[in-house]
Design a protein around this ligand. Structure first.
Ligand code: ATP
Ligand code: MG
Length: 414
């Protein structure tokens, strides 16, 4: 029956077959994070609006156009979180995590919210998984972060992934470069899009991200920050690259790479996938040495990334095949139901996926159901206490001792 309600614009329901693919992505990430010592953290779905204004930056698209901001009944301005890093830094400060052994290594997964124009790979509620390594400026942390996302995408089998790498230099060193860039933009104001022109003085780096032809022409001639790196910034970037080289992670240095949040310093990176079209980034991040100080804490260097779960799933392409079941336990007689329930529990405890009829079906109906859920074998409990085991693929059926069933079903497959 059709309802007059639909999921809000830019949102979607995760239906069971999609839920399976999502779970696979999250499990893979969970394993990779755990092996490398990144502990899970969860923060609220909404925060004080000012956290994002300060943390993400007033001149960014996120803060200017994309936030779901509302006033609560107490008159506070709150915002559904558009990203995870500022909230995690807020939590780091609030809970005095700077007193723990550094760096503090954290991972997260959850929904995020941005008021964007919905299209493939771009939603108003989407899901990110990510990590933050807070309290070290070592280039090893940058390389470790990049390698974790690299390994995740490789393990999941995301095809056609490329890594782009850049460096923005430290905040202080960046200032003289920004003056140079602003001068270049002012000199070509007439060719820039209105959006870029209006932001020359507040966010000149964003001009590298513009997609209109005029601005792109101007940017092709613009000075790049990678070329302007010097001293410790240049050394830091060189070290990150040589660590990636040593680990066999291939990348392309992209001097025009920028990111949509103000807080980045030094290393930035982006994993793109050509099959994704316009929304080509599966995940990205970088170093944000100034963010915690910006939020009122002590100077604390940190690095992290976030990947979009929907983009990973889109890049993976096909829906995952039906998972199927190892066994379905059918009863030839309703008197065998208790025994069926006991048996199905034993099978599950032995690590097998098994189901029992919950719909009061006759034996024929149970077989039909077993077929629909992709059961590979059906155990039939007969009225006289004996049992049969049927292989659903070959149709072969033979008597079986239920006491030996688990061994029969797991044996030879290990
Ligand atoms: P884009 O340039 O595609 O807008 P972004 O720079 O805004 O990306 P980040 O803020 O770095 O992206 O977010 C990290 C990841 O989250 C992105 O790489 C992408 O996979 C995903 N992501 C960002 N915005 C959305 C969205 N509206 N819908 C779905 N996924 C998103
Ligand atoms: Mg964006």
């Amino acid at each position: 029956m059709a309802s007059k309600f639909q999921a809000p614009r830019g949102t979607f329901d995760v239906l069971p077959e999609q839920g399976r693919s999502r779970a696979r992505v999250q499990h893979a990430a969970g394993r990779i994070f755990a092996r490398a010592g990144y502990e899970p953290i969860a923060t609220p779905a909404f925060e004080d609006t000012d956290l994002f204004v300060r943390g993400v930056g007033r001149s960014t698209d996120i803060v200017r156009k994309e936030m779901f901001t509302f006033e609560d009944k107490g008159g506070r301005s709150l915002t559904l979180r558009p990203e995870g890093t500022a909230p995690i830094c807020r939590s780091y400060l609030e809970h005095g995590m700077h007193k723990l052994a550094q760096p503090v290594k954290l991972s997260y997964v959850g929904p995020f919210f941005r008021h964007e124009r919905p299209q493939a790979g771009r939603y108003r509620q989407f899901h990110q998984l990510g990590m933050e390594c807070i309290g070290t400026e070592s280039p090893l942390a940058d390389a470790e972060a990049i390698m974790l996302l690299h390994d995740l995408l490789a393990e999941l089998g995301v095809p056609g992934v490329e890594l782009r790498l850049g460096s923005l230099g430290s905040f202080a060193a960046r200032q003289s470069y920004l003056e140079e860039l602003k001068a270049h933009l002012h000199a070509h104001e007439g060719d820039l899009s209105r959006d870029v022109r209006e932001r020359i003085d507040v966010n000149p780096l964003r001009a590298f991200d513009a997609d209109d032809e005029g601005t792109r022409g101007v940017m092709a001639e613009a000075p790049t920050i990678v070329a302007a790196l010097e001293g410790e910034d240049a050394e830091h970037f060189a070290e990150v690259r040589s660590l990636l080289d040593a680990a066999g992670v291939s990348y392309e240095v992209d001097p025009t790479l920028v990111r949509g949040l103000d807080y980045y310093t030094r290393t930035i990176f982006s994993f793109v996938c050509d099959s994704l079209g316009a929304q080509s980034e599966v995940g990205g991040g970088g170093r944000y040495d100034g963010l915690i100080e910006q939020l009122g804490g002590p100077a604390t260097p940190a690095v992290g990334w976030a990947a979009g779960i929907e983009r990973i799933l889109l890049a993976l392409g096909e829906e995952e095949a039906v998972a199927g079941r190892d066994a379905f336990v059918a009863v030839a007689d309703p008197g065998q139901r208790q025994r069926a329930m006991v048996l199905v529990t034993e099978l599950r405890n032995a690590g097998l996926s098994a189901e029992v009829d919950l719909g009061g079906r006759g034996l024929k109906g149970q077989f039909k159901h077993a077929d629909r859920i992709g059961a590979r074998r059906v155990v039939i409990l007969e009225a006289d206490g004996t049992a049969q085991l049927r292989d659903m693929e070959s149709g072969e059926q033979r008597p079986v001792e239920t006491a030996n069933l688990i061994e029969e079903m797991t044996g030879g497959e290990k």
